[in-house]
Design a protein around this ligand. Structure first.
Ligand code: HEM
Length: 386
């Protein structure tokens, strides 16, 4: 197995444990990449100043470099270092951190109420809900949010090396249309949400003075939300299938939905790995990495490192001092973590609320093709239960 194949296996965690036993940071001669699998190595790579988010010679993947999707990609803080990263980060991160949790929970509930069938249509719950919530937070009108959610799903295809020409074409059209939607929003001061005003009024945005950069990073908030939060919701549903007693626990104490998604984010995370590219010769955990090397950073493996989380293979709602690497760490750590957890917890409650009191449905699932995202695709098992 390779770490890319592991992402969509039923249980990749035994394989990750084997890698950690060999070495927390090892070079795989077949794949030609370093693999960081221990908590210490993952954290060290993510925090290292010479480990960059993109290769120096390819800031934008060549397949999209000359396209609208590429122009958005090239401005995303997630895909940049230096000023382009910092300016966007310093404008957006404090604005997200200042979102009032109660007000946000209210937005999530209103969006849930507007979904057609969040109990049965798991695609709506996993993909449409999270993007609509963040779109609403940014100030997109309710009549436009579904279109924005659909476009965001099309756009994120440009982030995957598995996408074909037709998907890249749709990603391009989506980038163009999303840029238009946000441009109209920025022209209309009366509709600015509190979040958007906070981003626009931050000192950093003045230093930044780049409207295209702002638009790209607003699209970035939606694209970062889309598949990752779908995975967190989907993997929480998987946890309820594997541990059905948790369904009763949640029905009795709905407040535990937050603890459920927090443990799922550690135990079976949506983002299993990320990449770094070495810009300068450096030494990490005793190994010398050369400029031009690349590192596959196994976030999901670090979560199961007993040095970070004792008894890592047990699913514990009340796990003390949980350490979770699935939202990254260091300068590119996810600024949407709390919002994502809140959306996923509310999604679980919405799902539970719509299930019959006597028995929760039984699903079969497989994982959507991906090299880094663990996102289940469900089918309800309609066979009569014995
Ligand atoms: C379960 C849901 C989510 C997961 C698992 C997740 C995971 C991550 C990870 C692993 C990274 C770092 C990638 C790297 O360093 O290579 C990241 C970055 C980022 N995430 Fe999230 N994320 C989630 C939801 C969200 C949401 C809801 C938002 C926005 C509202 C968001 C916004 C961002 C942004 C803007 C970055 C780039 C940060 C930077 O480069 O400084 N994420 N996320």
């Amino acid at each position: 197995m390779t770490p890319f194949e592991a992402v969509t296996q039923a249980d990749p965690y035994v394989y990750y444990a084997g890698l950690r036993q060999q070495s927390g940071l090892l070079f795989d001669p077949h794949l030609g990449v370093w693999i960081a699998s221990s908590a210490n190595a993952v954290d060290a790579v993510l925090r290292h100043p010479d480990c960059r988010v993109r290769p120096l010679n390819e800031p934008v993947p060549s397949a999209i470099a000359q396209s609208a999707a590429g122009r958005v990609f090239g401005r995303l803080m997630r895909m940049n270092e230096g000023a382009r990263h910092l300016c966007a980060k310093m404008a957006i991160e404090p604005a997200l951190a200042a979102v009032d949790p109660q007000g946000f929970a209210g937005i999530v509930s209103r969006v849930v109420e507007g979904l057609e069938n969040p109990g049965d249509d798991l695609d709506e719950l996993m993909f449409t809900l999270p993007v609509c919530v963040i779109a609403s937070l940014i100030g997109i009108r309710s009549c436009q949010r579904r279109e924005v959610a659909r476009l965001t799903r099309d756009f994120v295809a440009c982030l995957s090396p598995l996408s074909d020409d037709s998907q890249l074409g749709k990603a391009n059209s989506a980038a163009t249309r999303l840029s238009q939607v946000f441009s109209e929003l920025l022209n209309n001061d009366a509709e600015a949400s509190r979040l958007l005003s906070a981003v626009r009024n931050s000192d950093e945005t003045h230093a930044w003075e780049d409207r295209d950069g702002l638009i790209a990073n607003l699209i970035g908030l939606l694209s970062q939300t889309c598949e990752a939060t779908a995975g967190l919701i989907g993997n929480s549903l998987v946890a309820l299938q594997r541990l059905p007693e948790l369904v009763e626990t949640l029905r009795a104490t709905p407040l535990l939905a937050a603890a459920l998604v927090a443990e799922v984010a550690r135990f079976d995370p949506a983002v299993q790995n990320t990449r770094r590219f070495v810009a300068k010769r450096c030494t990490i955990e005793g190994s010398v990495l050369e400029a031009g090397d690349s590192v596959l950073v196994l976030l999901a493996s670090a979560n199961r490192d007993p040095g970070a989380n004792p008894d890592p293979d047990s699913f514990l709602l009340n796990r003390p001092e949980r350490r979770t690497f699935g939202f990254g760490s260091g300068r590119h750590a996810c600024p949407g973590r709390q919002l994502a957890m809140c959306i996923a917890a509310e999604a679980m409650l919405a799902w539970l609320h719509r299930q019959p009191a006597v028995s929760a449905p039984v699903y079969r699932w497989r994982y959507r093709p991906s090299l880094n995202g663990r996102i289940p695709q469900f089918e309800q098992d309609r066979r009569p239960q014995s």
